[in-house]
Design a protein around this ligand. Structure first.
Ligand code: HEM
Ligand SMILES: *[C@@H]1O[C@H](CO)[C@@H](O)[C@H](O)[C@H]1NC(C)=O
Ligand SMILES: *[C@@H]1O[C@H](CO)[C@@H](O)[C@H](O)[C@H]1NC(C)=O
Length: 317
């Protein structure tokens, strides 16, 4: 008895010494049941990114928008039905999130190679996000696995919990805090905007009305984003949208953030210093980004016998 509890205390101690979050997930979850699962996901992601580099950005964003709405449970993938309140038409998602076809392709190839549906759609989103970042020359990390898929979705929760581009720093900090993420996570994860594009309607107010913006940059962006019309015209979130680098942050330092919420991270508030650090230190940004991605991936996962392993990521079994 005594030795058992000593062992228990010892294990606890080791966990706290290592500074590890005690999570229900593990990085070797599929090693025995389907060792080909992860290489298959990587292959399909690489193919998709080779065809269209923006897809890497889109897949990264899908995982983020999944995790922020009731945890990383693939709820974002569920289509609207009589009983499913799809998140796909929530304000931040409608006509905006993309990559669902790639997730479908991954799911069908993974189920084929595994012989049966053992890999959850939520884990596929987490691994595809990592593989996307790697495909665009970003850092790698061990993805914690074993998430299960939800049987519900909530457009209302998506509307309430996903951050919006008009938010100022206090609202962004508060939004991330509700997910158990701190200011460092906020800044590091916002660095996801080193990849991909945004539509005119998401940054129009910033380029016409904000004062904390470089005026040359504002005029350039106005050329392809008129005061009215052209709502879906694209601009890259940083100058190198297909390369994971520190330009997102150096851009913020020169007041060239595209979204109001981007510039909020460097506008005289308490996150200025971290933005500055990341702007000249890709290694630090990369390390912190990887760490915060693991933390975000651990938001409220369904595990054990909760939820299910969906056969089709778009619908409950
Ligand atoms: C901090 C709060 C955030 C806000 C307000 C925000 C907002 C936005 C908006 C408005 C867009 C453009 C969508 C469109 O025009 O259709 C966008 C794109 C994007 N976001 Fe965020 N975002 C945030 C955080 C994040 C995080 C944490 C990640 C990932 C770690 C991320 C990854 C991306 C990517 C990769 C794109 C480009 C997607 C594409 O090109 O398909 N964002 N975000
Ligand atoms: C989503 O976008 C479509 C246009 O593609 C629009 O018809 C629909 O009303 C939008 N849904 C919501 C809930 O805003
Ligand atoms: C700029 O701000 C004014 C006053 O708040 C507003 O009426 C106008 O619609 C804004 N312009 C854009 C392009 O958002």
């Amino acid at each position: 008895m005594a030795s058992t509890s000593f062992l228990f205390l010892y294990v606890l101690l080791m966990f706290s010494l290592a500074g590890m979050a005690i999570s229900d997930l593990s990085d070797d979850f599929y090693d025995d049941v389907c060792p080909e699962a992860l290489p298959t996901i990587k292959r399909v992601v690489e193919d998709a990114v080779r065809q269209e580099r923006r897809m890497g950005a889109s897949l990264l964003r899908l995982h983020f928008h999944d995790c922020f709405v009731n945890g990383c449970d693939a709820s974002i993938l569920l289509d609207q039905t009589a009983t499913i309140d799809s998140e796909k038409t929530a304000r931040a998602n409608n006509n905006s999130v993309r990559g669902f076809e790639v997730i479908d392709k991954i799911k069908s190839e993974v189920d084929k190679v595994c012989g049966c549906p053992v890999v959850s759609c939520a884990d596929i989103l987490a691994v595809a996000a990592r593989d996307s970042v790697v495909a665009l020359h970003g850092p790698t990390w061990e993805v914690e696995l074993g998430r299960r898929d939800s049987t519900t979705a909530s457009r209302t929760t998506a509307n309430n919990d996903l951050p919006t581009p008009v938010m100022d720093l206090p609202a962004l900090i508060d939004n991330f805090k509700k997910q158990g993420l701190d200011e460092e996570d906020l800044v590091a994860l916002s660095g996801g905007h080193t990849l991909g594009f945004a539509q005119c309607f998401t940054f129009r107010n910033r380029i016409y009305n904000d004062t904390n913006i470089d005026s040359t940059f504002a005029s350039q962006r106005q050329e392809n984003c008129p005061r009215s019309g052209g709502d879906s015209n694209l601009a890259s979130l940083d100058p190198t949208p297909a390369l994971f680098d520190s330009k997102y942050f150096s851009n913020l330092v020169s007041k060239k953030g595209l979204l109001h919420s981007d510039q909020a991270l460097f506008s005289g508030g308490e996150t200025d210093n971290l933005v500055k650090t990341y702007s000249t230190n890709l290694r630090t940004f990369s390390k912190d980004f990887a760490k915060s991605m693991i933390k975000m991936g651990n938001i409220k996962p369904l595990t054990g016998n909760q939820g299910q392993i969906r056969v089709n990521c778009r619908m409950v079994n």
